[in-house]
Design a protein around this ligand. Structure first.
Ligand SMILES: [Zn+2]
Length: 367
């Protein structure tokens, strides 16, 4: 019982998807891994599937990779996801695995010195908006007395706003209802944040209730409306997962683990334990210029023009992984993985030829 990744012996091992499940990977290609390695890898996989540029594709695909009992599982974790609202201002949205984009409930407050204060509330349902207001009332502990300087509550806040939206006077600071009934504030500056929280505290204390009969309701954002998404992620996690797929599939196809020095280095790179060594993964530089499609992922090992490398294409984003001179197959091989999780298979001669052509047209550079 040896862990594929750390090469140590354990009494218990579990199946590890070589291509992460959240990207559509299935157990046709798997290895046995220990709990510690699974933890390290799933941390990188979450970064890829929930925060990275690939996350948008992963979540737009029909794969429902999420924990059934965790309300926050399976959501894109951007720093912001804003869309111009048909009734004015900017709406907050949520993108989850296997679902359509959802509107979040939020209260906005416009506070400009010397001008009247304005506030408004939006959301898919009146219930969501009322829930948000009631949650704010609860955290403010309105029934208790507090002395000056005494801590009433702690709130989560973000000062991340798309620069173009931030320069638009139509953007108002806001309080948002996140999944799992969490409150978050968003503003452009700390001063604006405090002003917004104060105005909404006034609303909370006023006894204001949402009138569901007057709720303008689920105002549809029309298809084709651009959404601004801010992502913050560790790009090395994306490269580590590409390396994991390449190395895992090589070993799985050849039915052997690589036991030489290169492989050891590659494994510690994949696990994230060795970061100072030579970067084995290069990437196509135009990473943001492709659109969603239902084309499968593919991996090609030992193509004729670059025998010691594996090429991994995930949602059209391509990686070159250096596997080393010890890891050359006698003939090229390809693995195809459907993005909807419907299966993985070995590619045909024709597919190998067409993938090779695509790889040769791409340019790869080291980060
Ligand atoms: Zn291990």
């Amino acid at each position: 019982m040896r862990c594929f990744w750390c090469d140590e012996d354990f009494e218990r091992l579990t199946d590890d998807h070589i291509v992460p499940q959240s990207l559509g990977g299935t157990l046709e290609f798997r290895v046995q891994a220990c709990t510690a390695c699974q933890t390290k890898l799933s941390k990188a996989e979450r970064e890829v599937a929930r925060k990275s540029i690939l996350a948008i594709h992963a979540l737009a695909s029909p794969v429902r990779a999420r924990h059934p009992n965790r309300p926050t599982s399976g959501h894109l974790q951007p720093v912001f996801l804003l869309v111009k609202h048909p009734l004015g201002g900017y709406g907050e949205s949520l993108l989850s695995a296997g679902e359509r984009m959802r509107s979040l409930a939020y209260f906005e407050a416009r506070v400009v010195p010397g001008e009247p204060i304005q506030a408004r509330v939006r959301g898919a349902t009146a219930e969501d908006a009322q829930l948000l207001l009631d949650l704010y009332r609860k955290v403010l502990q309105l029934d208790k007395q507090f002395g000056p300087g005494e801590l009433v509550c702690e709130l989560t806040a973000s000062l991340e706003v798309d620069p173009e939206i931030a320069s638009d006077p139509e953007f108002w600071p806001r309080m948002i209802l996140l999944p799992g009934n969490r409150i978050m504030f968003r503003a452009r500056t700390p001063d604006e944040l405090v002003s917004c929280a104060k105005v909404l505290e006034f609303v909370a204390r006023s006894g204001y209730q949402i009138d569901a009969s007057k709720w303008e309701g689920d105002v549809r954002i029309t298809g084709g409306t651009p959404h601004k998404i801010g992502l913050h992620f560790d790009p090395q996690c994306v490269r580590r997962i590409a390396a994991k797929i390449a190395y895992g599939l090589f070993c799985s196809i050849t039915k052997r683990a690589m036991v030489h020095y290169d492989a050891e280095r590659l494994r510690s790179y994949i696990l994230g334990t060795e970061t100072g060594s030579d970067e084995p993964v290069s990437i196509t530089p135009d990473a943001t210029k492709w659109t969603t499609s239902s084309d499968p992922h593919f991996v090609i090992l030992s193509p004729a023009h670059d025998r010691s490398a594996a090429f991994v294409s995930l949602y059209g984003l391509m990686f070159r992984v250096e596997l080393g001179q010890m890891s050359v197959l006698s003939r090229p091989a390809a693995v195809i993985c459907e993005i909807d999780g419907s299966g993985m298979r070995i590619g045909s001669e024709g597919e190998i030829a067409s993938f090779t052509t695509r790889i040769k047209e791409a340019t790869f550079s080291r980060p």
